[in-house]
Design a protein around this ligand. Sequence first.
Ligand code: ADP
Ligand code: MG
Length: 722
Amino acid sequence: MPCPYATTWLLIPPVPLQMTSPTPFQPHAGIEVVPGVGPRLGAVLGRLEIRTVEDLLNHIPMRYEHEHAESTIAEIDASLPEEEGAAANVSVRGEIAAIKIPPGRRPRIEVTLEDETGTVQLVWFNAPWLRNKLRPGLRIVAEGRAKRWRGYLQIGNPQWRPEDDDDDQTPARDERLRAVYPASEDLSSRKIEEFVSRILDPASEALMDPLPETIRKSRVLNRLGQAYRHIHQPESPRDAADARRRLAFDELLLLQLGVMMKRQHLRETMKAAPLPLSPEIEKRILSRFPFELTTDQRQVCREIGDDLAREVPTNRLLQGDVGAGKTAVAVHAMLLAAAHGHQAAIMAPTGILAEQHHASISRMLEGAKVEVGLLTGSTPAREKKDLLARIAAGEIKMLVGTHALLSEGTVFNDLALAIIDEQHRFGVEQRSRLRRPNEAGRVPHLLVMTATPIPRTLSLTVFGDLDVSVIRNLPPGRSPTVTRVVPPSKAADVYGYLAERVAAGEQGFVVVPAVEESDMGLADVENHLKFLAAGPLSGLRLGAVHGRMKREEREAVMNQFRDRSIDVLVATVVIEVGVDVPNATMMVVEHAERFGLAQLHQLRGRVGRGKKRGVCALIGEPTTEEGRRRLEAIGGTTDGFEIAELDLGIRGPGELFGARQSGLPPFRVADLIKDLDLLRLARQDAADWIERDPRLLGPDAVEMRRILMARYGATLGLGDVG
Ligand code: ADP
Ligand code: MG
């Protein structure tokens, strides 16, 4: 579905699919044309998102294996080092000797597999359906990582298939690599391999190659058909790698083309209100601030000012680590818009943060004529109605709010500047919503701010249409927060230290993962508060905030904390972003292993915002290797950029800024970490192409444009493809 706010500037007629050879396996043919696929398997394939021949071609193998890599159990035993935990990838064949389903919270199935040389234990977690598929006496082939565990040889969550499955499969292709596909309970990788092999040659022949010959040659890339043949049936690892490179290049190029096309268009056709910064305005604005702007802040204000002075709509990303002072920069720009008689709005990801921005901006503007409105999800209906009327009439020049700003009912009279705080929470689509033209056909300038630094890799892709400004240095008198990872057994010491700091007149936060009591055994706000009040922090004034409280209650508690009538605030991650209480110097995070790295970095940014050095204690006991690495990483660096890259490396971009947050479909092949060099090449080629042919209307662009519209047309607002 096209995005309702997408500009319909590229009315591109649907392009008929081009055919180069008459085969039934045309890319868009339904999957039932594949011999052997009937209605039942068609449905099963559908669940893997494979509905057409092209989808099947795009079902990319996860990895490859050599055909005859099986070992006996004794060989595995001999090959593994003695110590527990050492692991190796193996494939074994044997008979199920016993099945056990031990009681316990986490559903688990243990199978003893036997061959002539010994036994190995296979363990599956959370796979209850296996109960009906496995039985003693069944011969199977299992693959996975084998390790020693409590005296046994064990393979955790192995891939497996009944031995009989081998009968109907494609004949073994000796010496070749064999693709291992993402499969499902009802459809094995082998079966998928078989379907692919039935269509691969004619279907890959029938594909139109969207990449101009010149780019393909200069980047030394496979032809498209060859890439598909080799990704599915490589002769060598080199073949597979080359094929992967070509397919990844296409994906990266496509996104770059989309992003640049959009940007180019915006520059050419959309106009914003020019907001020049005269010396008088500058003086008036600066006199509002209770402090001198830092060199970085002034530099960034200048960059933004240069943008805003022009009719070309600004599209800028402001990066600055937590505490860097981005709010002042935002207010500077908003005051500039107000000085020219236009409206400006800032959108925050949470109600608390919006309230706080509102409070600090109002304080700053005390005595001035400018009125600052606040619109959040919890603004009472009557107040809201009145507010919306005054926004529409242009009486309110500066507005602070949450997502509510994006709703249909919020109509500005003359919005000249929109600022989004904490960018990563808002997707591409939200950005284009804010870009709705007003009656005069003008769009607002757009500034997005993020404290979670966007890793370079991502700023080149998803956010590739933004100019970037960076605040590198913290305001004077700050030193980075000291972080310690502490096991739960030492929690009492941590709270003892917190009590000392409170006795010295400082304040602190305790962050817990849950709002309410859960069956996971996690600390929740209410119970943890009771626990602290009765024990480690007895006698201190404690308060609680979480996302389920009413706005007034929450605001009241935050105000008490701000004016120091609360010493320690027990909270959920609602305080993650932006909360600014300079007297708070210590933070304790319970169950730290449950939080993301970027999130922990944000959290600790809440302390040490005044003159005193902040301390952050992460209480946690990671049970996995990954968890341990994460906590070590956060303890070891205070550089937000490094943390963002680490988070990306550990969790993958999918979780951090993936489809969900960006609103864009995920890559199938490209990997933003591994393919950074390729991304640079694709970016260069996209820039050249768009410069030469800004709307991709040339004859060499027909197929690329079709694919681009199909994939990104709606999310990027590239126009209605009809
Ligand atoms: P963030 O970049 O995380 O949004 P804020 O804008 O909340 O940071 O600023 C962090 C703190 O630093 C606030 O208390 C703010 O008042 C203060 N601050 C910002 N700029 C300066 C400055 N130039 N001099 C002194 N303090 C500043
Ligand atoms: Mg902020």
